[in-house]
Design a protein around this ligand. Structure first.
Ligand SMILES: *Cc1c(COP(=O)(O)O)cnc(C)c1O
Length: 370
């Protein structure tokens, strides 16, 4: 069988940084609870992206949940949530017994459309938070969204799970809103096998999230609880992987960019092909190379052809307003997210791919145009 090419798989450092931190944890028996790797990973990531404070958690989903809770989102509150995303963005709104209203994307960014967001405030003046996503490692037009949030006095939460290392006007995504969320799930740009991080310049709120995430134990000798707790902290072993991975983040971004440019050069001129939007104010991390197809060749044709060659690819996220689970919730927009979903495809963007692998992918795809 010809070797499999993955969409995006874990890629540990050549230098073995991750094992060094894991070994330290073993040597000092700081397997649990928490420990130096967790504290240092939080500090190192906060320093990297330029925020005051970070809490290492068991998943990006947990980080979104804690961001909503920290923002005071509770029963019956409305949250404006980007429609075109993974369900992990919106599910925590339901965990908090709040109500998502889904906001369409625009073609310019594929992310939340600021014009639609402004319209949504006319229909729902009382909103607790806005949850924007930076899909596939390129960014939303965050200045415009931030301005609207400020005008309406609403907390902005950035789901930057896919965009660690992405710059918007020279500043890292995840650091514009009151809260930013990163994920270290297995296929993300760097991974801890599973994990997440909540960042904020509000140190008091981050301290509170650490408290909730360790079962909300009050300061007392006995087990005393005045609030609902969660078991959401990252293990010290996994934080060790994260510290090692953080050292190669910029290396991974450079390779992801190389992959994107390779595809764009080789496939960009094919009839009906358009690559994901990269605006002049945006320096993406290029997590996944994505394109839309509006000619004869459909995304499913490419996916099926690649699959036969043992090459992984996948559709764009199916919008939340089209999900059976969310059918009773409101959606505001003009069907742009749906169009991107119907026409879009994510190409294999694994950083371990060689030029030979990339050529293999490109040749298989090009055959469909002949
Ligand atoms: C991966 C991802 C998440 C969830 O992160 P986990 O660490 O897997 O819980 C949330 N939002 C988006 C957009 C993601 O891609």
């Amino acid at each position: 069988m010809i070797e499999k090419i993955y969409l995006a798989s874990p890629h540990m450092s050549d230098e073995g940084y991750e094992m060094k931190y894991i070994q330290q944890a073993f040597d000092t028996n700081w397997i649990a609870p928490l420990g130096e790797n967790v504290n240092e990973f939080e500090k190192e990531l906060a320093t990297k992206v330029g925020v005051k404070s970070a809490a290492a958690l068991s998943a990006g989903t947990a980080a979104i949940h804690m961001a909503l809770k920290a923002a005071g989102v509770g029963e019956g509150d409305i949250v404006f949530c980007q429609d075109l995303t993974f369900s992990a963005t919106s599910n925590p709104i339901i965990y908090q017994n709040a109500t998502p209203v889904f906001i369409d994307s625009d073609y310019k960014t594929w992310n939340m459309d600021p014009v639609v967001l402004e319209e949504a405030f006319e229909k729902y003046p009382n909103v607790k938070a806005v949850l924007v996503v930076h899909l596939y490692g390129f960014s939303a037009d965050i200045d415009k969204i931030l301005e609207i949030c400020k005008k309406h006095n609403v907390v902005l939460i950035e789901d930057a799970a896919e965009s660690l290392g992405t710059l918007y006007k020279g500043q890292y995504t995840g650091t514009f809103g009151e809260y930013g969320v990163f994920s270290f799930n297995g296929n993300k740009i760097i991974t801890t096998s599973g994990g997440g991080m909540l960042v904020s310049n509000n140190e008091e709120r981050i301290a509170k999230v650490r408290f909730w995430s360790t079962q909300a134990r009050d300061k007392a000798r006995h087990y005393q609880h005045s609030e609902l707790g969660y078991n959401y902290r990252m293990s010290n072993i996994l934080a060790g992987i994260g510290r090692g991975q953080l050292k190669v983040l910029d290396q991974r971004i450079a390779k992801k960019k190389y992959i994107f440019e390779f595809y764009k050069r080789e496939l960009g001129e094919l009839e009906g092909v358009q690559f994901m939007p990269i605006n002049e104010w945006n320096e993406p991390n290029y997590w996944l190379s994505c394109m839309t197809l509006t000619g004869q060749v459909r995304p499913i044709d490419i996916m099926e052809t690649l699959e036969k060659e043992n090459i992984e690819s996948r559709p764009i996220w199916k919008p939340m307003h089209m999900q059976p689970f969310y059918e009773d919730f409101d959606f505001i927009g003009k069907g742009i997210s749906e169009k991107i979903f119907e026409n879009g495809i994510c190409l294999p963007s694994d950083t371990k791919m060689t030029d030979e692998d990339l050529s293999r992918v490109v040749e298989v795809i090009k055959r469909l145009w002949k």
